[in-house]
Design a protein around this ligand. Structure first.
Ligand code: TRP
Length: 367
């Protein structure tokens, strides 16, 4: 059973979706009620799937005035990769993509930081691990899928425990909303359990330390790769990178898979490749994909690709221009962004750790 199915089987998913809708509706009115935590593994620069799936939404939250912590999950990279050689370049690309897309660390609302530089965050992991059973870790459907997808023959312990680490990512800053795709829901469910169990075990006589965070389900539909058959992802070589040039974008779209029916229709089941291009077009224009299909009509996939190339290049032009500007001083920009973000993360993490120690009766009056 996949993660979505197992969630809905016990009715959790319906409840999660209901709460997510309520929060979506409330965010614009009460941005101050929410602290958002989100993140990415530094495994490469971001592509248009990331942009329409999550990054654009983060920028929107920022403009609503929601405080957002963005973790660059560098320790998580160690769970399924041997080499660390690419990490510095990947962190650099992530930060530049974030800023190019409009995240603004200077506004005191958005904090970009990394696991490896926030000791207090990682310390939460130790007590948290005592609140979770081995069986629970073993059953996590997303972890199982990842192990299978990566074809790992030797699985290290951090692969099984990274969802607990992810709970630490969320709870160290008392994040109460986490924008995620469905595959991450088991981790949010575990985070809620950890928060509840910590509060029950250690805070019976005092106020609870942790909120039970809610998932904020993305309304962005899944974007397939240019092969049209599977999710857009760098490892599958079917992406358009955000930082690609307009010409590269044109060349990639020219090669995108379509079908031979000249009449363009939106039919994700029978025509996944054409429909995926229409979906991308609709994400650029804000129009319904079916409506975009009608406009192109029987002018064929060449016209569809041409229209999409122009729309995508127009949408991404300001990001790309900004990225080029940032590239002029990439070292300085990355250093400044992470210095600011790590500092805030350390402050908030240290404060949470002090509260936790008090709850666990480990505040001995020393610093
Ligand atoms: N596990 C997420 C991924 O693989 C990355 C991540 C790490 C994350 N910590 C997080 C996402 C906390 C949301 C919240 O993409």
């Amino acid at each position: 059973m996949n993660s979505a199915a197992s969630e809905s089987a016990d009715g959790t998913f319906v409840e999660t979706a209901r709460r997510s809708d309520t929060i979506h509706a409330d965010l614009a009115n009460n941005p101050g009620r929410y602290r958002m935590l989100t993140g990415d593994r530094p495994t490469g620069a971001l592509h248009v799937g990331h942009y329409f799936g999550s990054l654009r939404n983060r920028v929107k939250m920022q403009s609503l005035g929601v405080e957002t912590y963005v973790v660059i999950a560098d320790y998580q990279v160690l769970t399924d990769r041997d080499s660390v050689d690419q990490i510095p370049q990947n962190v650099r690309d992530l930060v530049l993509d974030y800023l190019a897309a409009g995240l603004d660390p200077d506004n005191r609302l958005t904090h970009v930081f990394c696991h490896s530089h926030v000791p207090a965050l990682n310390q939460l992991l130790v007590p948290f691990l005592t609140l979770v059973g081995m069986g629970e870790l073993d059953r996590n459907p997303t972890v199982k899928e990842e192990i299978e997808a990566a074809g790992l023959t030797h699985v290290n312990a951090a692969m099984y425990t990274y969802p607990v680490h992810q709970a630490a990512d969320i709870l160290f800053c008392k994040g109460n909303v986490v924008p995620v795709g469905r595959d991450q829901l088991p981790h949010i469910e575990l985070t809620r359990k950890i928060a509840r169990r910590f509060n029950q075990r250690f805070c019976a006589q005092s106020s609870p330390v942790f909120p039970e965070p809610d998932a904020l389900l993305s309304d962005a539909p899944k974007i397939l790769g240019l092969d049209g058959g599977q999710k857009m992802s760098k490892s599958r070589g079917n992406t358009i990178m955000l930082k690609a040039t307009a010409d590269e974008t044109r060349a990639l779209l020219k090669k995108a898979k379509t079908d031979t029916d000249r009449n363009i229709t939106y039919d994700p089941v029978r025509r996944p490749e054409v429909s995926n291009l229409l979906l991308l077009l609709s994400l650029c224009t804000g129009e319904d994909p079916g409506r975009e299909a009608e406009r192109i009509g029987d002018r064929g996939s060449g016209a569809l690709k041409q229209t999409l190339t122009d729309a995508l290049n127009d949408t991404l032009a300001p990001l790309r221009a900004r990225r080029q500007e940032l590239e002029q001083d990439a070292v300085g920009v990355v250093k400044r962004t992470l210095t600011l973000g790590n500092q805030v993360a350390n402050e908030v993490g240290n404060a949470t750790l002090r509260e936790m120690r008090a709850a666990m009766k480990m505040d001995y009056g020393v610093v």
